[in-house]
Design a protein around this ligand. Structure first.
Ligand SMILES: [Fe+2]
Ligand SMILES: [Fe+2]
Length: 141
């Protein structure tokens, strides 16, 4: 596997695993049950994305390097959400690029499906933000 290619997958793996942790942290810190479930739902999807990236390493008979997991400072729910919306946008771009890199048709299809889920995250977390802001959903426990 080319070094550049491996670096790209490593970056994706790290981003997905960290996103999963950050959404889990949000669920621990904020929201009533409905909101916590929504955050945990995103965390689980990001973990599934991480597993798919691991499968891409496997296809290439490559092992990933160590992944750094960082706990996020989440002192303000809304600031954190704005930051994660930006990360969802970055994820959409990442899978768009990954999909266009030369690789097997099945892998391309997996990238396309993950990209669709990231688009859904962007849209749903944007909507969640609005509903929390308006007080329709509860951000404080
Ligand atoms: Fe993801
Ligand atoms: Fe996402």
């Amino acid at each position: 596997m080319e070094q550049e290619w491996k670096k790209t997958l490593q970056q994706g793996l790290e981003d997905e695993m960290n996103s999963a942790v950050q959404y889990t942290q949000l669920a621990g810190q904020y929201g009533d049950i409905a909101v916590k479930k929504a955050f945990l739902g995103y965390a689980m999807e990001e973990l599934r994305h991480a597993q798919k990236i691991l499968s891409m390493f496997e296809e290439q008979a490559e092992e990933p390097d160590k992944v750094n997991i960082a706990l996020a400072e989440q002192e303000d729910l809304f600031l954190s959400l704005v930051e994660y919306l930006a990360k969802e946008e970055a994820a959409i771009f990442y899978y768009k690029v990954l999909q266009e890199l030369e690789m097997r048709t099945e892998t391309k299809e997996i990238c396309r499906l993950i990209k669709e889920e990231e688009e859904e995250h962007l849209q749903k977390i944007g909507a969640l933000y609005q509903r929390l802001k308006s007080g329709e959903l509860h951000g404080d426990e």
